[in-house]
Ligand binder design. Structure first.
Ligand code: ADP
Length: 490
């Protein structure tokens, strides 16, 4: 391929992407980073599974452009490729109804097979879709991790694949894709390749897809600089810390951005009253509307603390449960939106039932409601045990809802702690996994809310004026792409 004056071509593989299907932050990233990269002059396409959960209006717009058979150990499995261009980005959907025509997207007994298929299909697509001409394959999280391994082990002799450099991006090291070692012969077709098999074993009986990608990819990235450091520590590394330390020269942390057009209180159609940093009056109306909607006392003087996210241990919910009585005694209102572990859901339902007009828990995944909560809250609480990047705190700041966060991962990299001497800050931070420390910090924030109205307004303004767009992150990714292909002129 001639290298002068051409764009670098990136295939961005993800198991979810907004607006097609979303369970967490990965979908937001896959739905907005490629567009930002294209605006900067790269040519990024996205490849993802065609789930039946994708809304029909998008499925109707897809065009069938190719089909081939994917070798998966002893199987030869049908794979269709459907294409849809959305906001200038080409999305390629991997179609196989046996694997992806199901109610949910993860959590099936054969996930090891479904996502090994997806990973292999990515390699086949690079081979069979001439329009792709991939320079860089960027795989996100374990669901497509095996693509980096397959590419090196099975596709090196193929012209279209030989030149491809690989990046693996860790969005959450907690989910690694670990399966019994029977997958080596039954699915991956690597049982007779002792070198490859050796790289995949994480203990004597389990195979780990993410570990494969960490060892086979040319570069590793993760979603914040602090998380890149934390991954090298045993506490955060989930058994992979040794590999992250060994590969620290090839590891970069790039803080995610958010889609600032989608998340914009000035134009957001999902909120009743729009506002901006310069014209804040309507935020109080959003708060009153939210209090009404949740059956909370409609009182502007009560700080309304919102939490939006998966209800799992990762999110530091143990601290919130422990501190709930203390917060209620001080007259704080708390509203939670999320789904997750049953014991967490039950605990928050219990608080809802116990604290009547002061606490509300909505156990649901509801995008429109999340917009109303970002707009109507005063404070967003995010005391995560670990947080690779976290988008909620950035969205909250964009809506002038000040975050109270634990100093970890992307929370530490995106929230500037309030400093009462200099007046700087976009939120409040605490250091330790300690419920009293969290409650102290949250109540200090409430104290500012109650007694120093001007400071509160100024902090809100600073938060709303912070630039969380993808531009900066896109530049850093481009540095990596071109660094992997010095022969392509930038
Ligand atoms: P994670 O990726 O760990 O789930 P992030 O903070 O990075 O957490 O991203 C979560 C994204 O999902 C945010 O955009 C948040 O608003 C959204 N979200 C999480 N839970 C819900 C829910 N129950 N309803 C609506 N949106 C949700």
């Amino acid at each position: 391929m001639a290298n002068q004056g051409r764009k670098i071509k990136v295939l961005f593989a993800s198991s979810e992407a907004v607006p097609f299907v979303k369970t967490g932050g990965l979908a937001d990233v896959a739905g907005s980073l490629p567009r930002a990269l294209n605006q900067k002059g790269a040519e990024v396409s996205v490849i993802m599974p065609k789930y039946s959960a994708i809304p029909q209006e998008y499925q109707d717009q897809m065009k069938h452009i190719a089909e081939f058979y994917v070798p998966l150990a002893w199987r030869s499995v049908y794979c269709g490729i459907e294409k849809l261009t959305y906001q200038g980005v080409n999305f390629y959907f991997v179609d196989n109804e046996a694997y992806f025509k199901r109610d949910g997207i993860y959590g099936y007994f054969d996930d090891g097979e479904r996502f090994a298929f997806f990973s292999k299909a990515i390699c086949e697509a690079i081979q069979y879709l001439p329009e792709l001409q991939v320079d860089v394959l960027q795989c996100n999280d374990w669901q497509c991790a095996m693509a980096s391994v397959f590419l090196r082990e099975f596709y090196q002799s193929i012209e279209a694949c030989r030149h491809v450099k690989t990046i693996f991006t860790v969005h959450n090291v907690k989910f690694q894709g670990q399966f019994g070692d029977d997958v080596l012969s039954d699915i991956l077709g690597l049982a007779d390749n002792p070198t490859a098999a050796g790289q995949l074993y994480c203990d004597r009986v389990s195979v780990n897809y993410m570990q494969g990608a960490l060892l086979y990819s040319d570069m590793i990235t993760t979603v914040s600089p602090s998380y890149a450091n934390e991954l090298q520590m045993p506490f955060y590394g989930e058994g992979m810390d040794g590999i992250f330390r060994r590969r620290s020269d090839s590891l970069r942390g790039i803080l995610n951005g958010i889609d600032v057009d989608l998340w914009n209180p000035k134009t957001d159609k999902m909120i009743e009253y729009n506002y901006s940093a310069g014209k804040m009056a309507n935020k109080a109306k959003c708060k009153a509307a939210l209090q009404r909607e949740f059956g909370l006392a409609e009182d502007p003087e009560r700080p309304l603390v919102v939490m939006i996210g998966r209800l799992t241990t990762q999110k530091g919910l143990g601290l919130v449960r422990y501190a709930m009585n203390r917060l209620m005694e001080r007259g704080v209102q708390v509203a939670v939106l999320g789904t997750g572990d049953k014991d967490q859901e039950d605990a928050f339902k219990y608080f809802d039932w116990t604290y009547g007009d002061q606490m509300c828990a909505r156990i649901a995944f509801d995008n429109a409601l999340s917009h109303r909560m970002y707009a109507g809250g005063d404070i967003l609480l995010m005391p995560s045990e670990f947080e690779p990047c976290g988008l909620s705190q950035m969205i909250a700041m964009r809506y002038g809802t000040l975050p109270v966060v634990r100093e970890t991962g992307g929370l530490q990299d995106s929230v500037v702690a309030y400093n009462k001497y200099t007046g700087e800050g976009t939120g409040f931070r605490f250091a330790n996994m300690n419920a009293d420390e969290m409650a102290n910090t949250l109540l200090e924030a409430c104290e500012v809310f109650w007694t120093e109205k001007d400071v509160w307004k100024q902090l809100r303004k600073q938060a709303m004026e912070t630039d969380f767009s993808w531009g900066r992150a896109a530049d850093e990714y481009l540095d990596i792409y071109y660094g992997l292909h010095p022969e392509i002129e930038r």
